[in-house]
Design a protein around this ligand. Structure first.
Ligand code: SAH
Length: 243
């Protein structure tokens, strides 16, 4: 009898699962990823000057469905702590790096943040949970369009996705409390320093495509003085464009 009831349960459950077009939600994998990142923070604390990330940052990592930002064929690898290809020779960054850059920006709920290098839109989606508005700019039109569609599908209404050369920032929505650049150039773009609010922070990789890049934290003081700090070696795709 019990077997029949179980079987009946399975039969009844089957169509419900089959009808759920959103697929598995990977919540457990996301929680494990957040825990893995916490461990990596401890291991790298010497470089990054912190033992922990803000709990809100880890909460955002545990909440944003990274599998919705990677191509279908990489879905089952979406919660591994590593970068993955997203087409057009570009990559979605490693989750630890996304969390680190987010934490370094010290995001506050009222902030407007500029991201250069939308790519999949994952970094923007993580930031969008922590700030008022994210303006993100992507130079490859197809990637920008795909990201815009994805934000719409996921109901992420506080992300403004722009197509263009982010070297020049996005003056229309400036100044920004924080700026994050997810592609590496050999210098800090002066237009971005200009578009940073006094008291603001910018995080970006600096270095050539074939040399060691340094994850760099730029802080603009209230009087406009700029301080830069190199934190740790990283590897990002190159910042392209006409500059
Ligand atoms: N933040 C992304 C990572 C994308 S990789 C994510 O979460 O998935 C970096 C992206 O920067 C690529 O999509 C690349 O096309 C873009 N990029 C490179 N140079 C750029 C430029 N000058 N302006 C805007 N985007 C640029």
């Amino acid at each position: 009898m019990r077997i029949i009831v179980c079987l009946l349960g399975l039969v009844l459950l089957w169509p419900v699962q089959a009808l759920d077009a959103s697929g598995p939600d990977f919540a457990k994998q996301r929680a494990e990823l957040a825990a893995e990142i916490e461990e990596e923070v401890r291991q790298t604390s010497e470089h990054i000057g912190r033992e922990h990330f803000h709990p809100e940052v880890l909460k955002a990592i545990a909440a944003v469905e990274r599998h919705r930002f990677v191509p279908e064929k990489y879905r089952d690898q979406a919660y591994e702590n590593r970068p993955l290809p997203i087409g057009f020779g570009q990559t979605i960054s490693q989750p630890y790096i996304v969390a680190l850059m987010t934490d370094l920006l010290d995001p506050a709920p009222g902030d407007t943040v500029l991201e250069v290098g939308t790519g999949s839109g994952y970094q923007a989606a993580v930031l969008a949970r922590l700030v008022q508005e994210v303006v993100t700019i992507e130079i490859i039109p197809d990637l920008a369009r795909q990201a815009r569609e994805r934000f719409k599908r996921l109901g992420l209404e506080n992300i403004r996705a722009v197509t263009g050369d982010g070297y020049f920032g996005f003056p229309e929505a400036a100044p920004y409390e924080a700026i994050v650049v997810t592609a590496a150039g050999d210098h800090i773009p002066p237009p971005l320093i200009e578009q940073l609010k006094p008291g603001g922070r910018m995080v970006l990789p600096v270095g050539g495509p074939f040399s060691v890049q340094q994850l760099t934290l730029v802080s603009k003081a209230g009087d406009g003085t700029v301080r830069t700090e190199h934190l740790l070696p990283v590897r990002f795709v190159p910042l392209t464009g006409g500059h």
